[in-house]
Write a protein that binds this ligand. Structure first.
Ligand code: IVH
Length: 695
């Protein structure tokens, strides 16, 4: 049997069990190499193959799925709320030291309390994330919880299962036994890169932004739906062993012990003999923090001996044997020279502060994102202000606030331009969103992304038009908007790098084939904001042609079940741009959009009874709520709108009809009662009278 290609798993239960175990072991091994040791030995594709094979077998034998299987990291069914977890030993917090003097005070206190003792220290980075505990029973991860108030936290097991560096099953080292119960603690965090990507993504979607990686990590861990957590790329450093283990006498040994089980242990931890070297370590990290891919906010200094730790104990919820040295963040004043507006690849306008260059913690800062219009208003920032800047989480330059005392009256309010700084078309801020956007399909800032989306598999599925080719096409001026693809000729493509005649012909042919597509597919391909595949289908069913859709008003759109105000205004805004209309007209004339079935043919094709008809409802409709009636009409292809106009086909009235009924009479729109309406729906659509009697 071919191991990796079959869809059907032809294994006996016993064989399946054996293979599942071996695959799990192999995948866990590669997970450790990849996520913990940063030294993978197989390619992503090979890893995916193993994972797919495991999924396949588990699909055939679901009773063999164990909670620690690597396939279980993708998220589980959403919870209603988190359960409460009582911590076996409270999660304490740390006393703080803000300078070398306070570190020396810490040492003096220790000397006073233990004049005889000789101790060394462990210095660890203080990760800026969220404290959590993990519990293992016989080597299997069974529970994870937040710190909460230190005594009780929230059960976030499902979310923690999605964090790749948390072992679901402990590795089985040769030289140590897996204890029956093991509890460890540590910090869940997000790297700055993952944070930036997440925020970029959220900005593109007009969603609110996370202020820093710590908030993003916290927000991700507190999701009731673990599928969301699974997409957030969280990581965890384990920094303490909560269950005592025989033979382990120092904190540093405990860290090495936990490392053997596959936990992510930070590489910069050091054992140091005295306070002078501890202070040096702290000073070193003031300089070095920006080298890291994640945020730290200090250094944690711990006494290495576990016995001494126990003897020293804790006072008011902080242990006496540890202290957190807080790294200073430098705040610098500089002048805000201007605010530029950049346009992202999906059209969002982002104001960027242009600053008089200033050195902050080791590098020169001259630009800083201001996120959006509201952020500038909230911070009351004006062009020409002196502003306080720092590096948020040590790396990302951020404007904290204006220095209002330094204002001389020449400062100017920032006004977000009404037109796109790249293409000049009018911009638009959707209701309830923080981002303002350019909706022009031809906008050079967005054109690559729009074309790539247009040709992508879920849109028009034009094979061969991936990111690289699209980039070349745009950069060589061969396409300026998606519909230009249909003008491409073999001769146009030939001069491109790595393009042979055969490939060029194939590509042109692929475009030619991408015609006569369903309207829903084309609507989705246009990349109108908020119009995903499902809404595209709803719109296509309702309007049948792109012209009808382009002419629809916001009110008309909102009348459609499932279309909310955001979708409606986004569509109207899209079609209000002349350039976008020209593109859709071209798509029509090129035959990209399948023609709707018309007139009599509609009936022949078994088309829906009320197709294309507009209804307005008035009065009490017997046992039907408005929503139910609307759904019923829509399920037969009709539409319900809120106000009566000449374009209305019928006013459907119940008892006590209101002013809409009178208006219909006045302007000559047909009215119909419920009985007649149902009569018509009942009629056999194949009978010739059936359709004629309606109007
Ligand atoms: S030890 C009793 N080590 O700092 C000591 N804490 O106030 C328990 N933190 O929210 C903590 N990095 O999550 C320890 N290397 C580290 C740490 C660390 C970050 C956090 C911890 C807690 C806070 C302590």
């Amino acid at each position: 049997m071919n191991l990796f290609t079959s869809d059907d798993v032809e294994l006996t239960h016993d064989q399946a069990e054996k293979e599942i175990k071996s695959l799990q072991k192999e995948i866990n091994h590669h997970n450790t190499l990849y996520y913990i040791k940063d030294s993978p030995v197989i390619t992503d594709a090979e890893y995916d193959k193993l994972m797919r094979r495991l999924q396949e077998i588990e699909k055939t034998y679901p009773n063999l799925i164990t909670p620690d299987s690597p396939t279980q990291r993708v998220g589980a069914a959403p919870l209603g709320e988190f359960a409460e977890v009582q911590h076996s030993i409270p999660l304490l917090s740390l006393a703080k030291a803000f300078d070398a003097g306070e570190l020396s005070d810490f040492e003096s206190r220790l000397n006073r309390m233990m004049p005889e003792a000789k101790f060394d220290y462990v210095c660890e980075l203080k990760f800026d994330g969220l404290a959590v505990m993990l519990k293992y029973e016989k080597g299997i991860f069974v529970q994870g919880a937040t710190r909460g108030d230190g005594f009780r936290g929230e059960d976030i097991t499902l979310n923690l299962k999605t964090v790749r560096t948390i072992p679901l099953r402990l590795l089985n080292p040769d030289d140590v036994e897996i204890p029956d119960i093991l509890e460890v603690r540590g910090e869940v965090f997000m790297t700055r890169e993952s944070f930036d990507n997440l925020n970029k993504n959220r900005a593109d979607k007009g969603e609110s932004l996370f202020a820093n990686p710590r908030n993003a990590a916290a927000g991700s861990l507190r999701q009731l739906d673990s599928h969301i957590t699974a997409q957030r790329n969280l990581d965890m450093f384990v920094y303490s062993l909560a269950t005592p283990v025989e033979g382990i006498e120092t904190h540093y040994q405990a860290l090495q012990y936990m490392k053997k089980f596959g936990f992510h242990i930070n590489e910069y931890t050091k054992v140091l003999p005295d306070m002078a070297s501890v202070i040096k370590f702290c000073e070193e990290w003031i300089e070095r923090r920006s080298e890291l891919t994640y945020d730290i906010d200090g250094v944690v200094v711990k006494i290495n001996s576990l016995k001494l730790q126990e003897e020293l104990g804790a006072v008011s919820r902080s242990p006496r044997w540890a202290i957190a040295y807080k790294l200073p963040s430098t705040e610098v004043v500089t002048k805000l020279l201007d605010i530029e507006v950049s346009v992202g690849r999906t059209g969002s306008l982002t104001p960027v502060a242009i600053l008089e260059p200033q050195e902050v913690d080791g590098s020169v800062v001259s630009r800083a994102t201001l996120h959006n219009e509201d952020e500038i208003k909230r911070k009351d920032i004006k062009i020409g202000d002196y502003v306080l800047i720092h590096k948020a989480g040590s790396v990302i330059p951020e404007v904290i606030s204006p220095v209002k005392e330094k204002r001389d009256g020449t400062e100017k309010d920032f006004i977000l331009p009404k037109s796109c700084p790249v293409c000049g078309e009018e911009v638009f801020r959707p209701e309830g969103e923080a981002a303002t956007r350019c909706m022009n399909m031809e906008c050079p800032a967005q054109v690559k992304e729009r074309i790539r989306h247009f040709a992508s598999r879920r849109a028009l599925d034009i094979e061969g038009f991936g990111e690289k080719l699209v980039e070349k096409l745009v950069e060589n001026g061969l396409v300026k908007q998606p519909a230009d693809l249909y003008d491409l000729k073999v001769e146009d493509l030939l001069p491109l790098e790595r393009m042979g005649k055969k490939l060029a012909e194939k590509l042109v042919n692929n475009v030619k084939k991408a015609k006569n597509k369903e309207l829903a597919q084309v609507l989705y391909a246009l990349g109108i904001r908020h119009v995903g595949q499902h809404i595209a289908k709803v719109l296509a069913d309702h309007f049948e042609t792109i012209d009808n859709l382009a002419k629809a008003s916001e009110a008309e759109l909102e009348d459609i079940h499932e279309v909310g105000p955001e979708v409606a205004s986004s569509i109207v805004e899209f079609f209000s741009l002349e350039k976008n209309r020209r593109i859709t007209e071209k798509l029509e004339s090129e035959g990209v959009i399948k023609k709707p079935i018309e007139g009599d043919n509609k009936e022949k094709a078994g088309e829906k009874k009320l197709a294309g008809m507009k209804f307005v409802l008035t009065g009490t409709l017997q046992n039907f709520s408005r929503t139910e009636m609307k759904k019923l009409i829509e399920s037969h292809g009709g539409r319900v709108t809120s106000s009566v106009s000449k374009g209305t086909d019928y006013v459907l009235f119940g008892t006590d009809p209101g002013s809409k009924y009178r208006k219909a009479e006045k302007i000559g729109v047909s009215t119909i009662n419920l009985e007649d309406f149902f009569e018509i729906l009942k009629e056999d659509s194949n009978s010739p009278q059936g359709t004629q009697s309606f109007k």
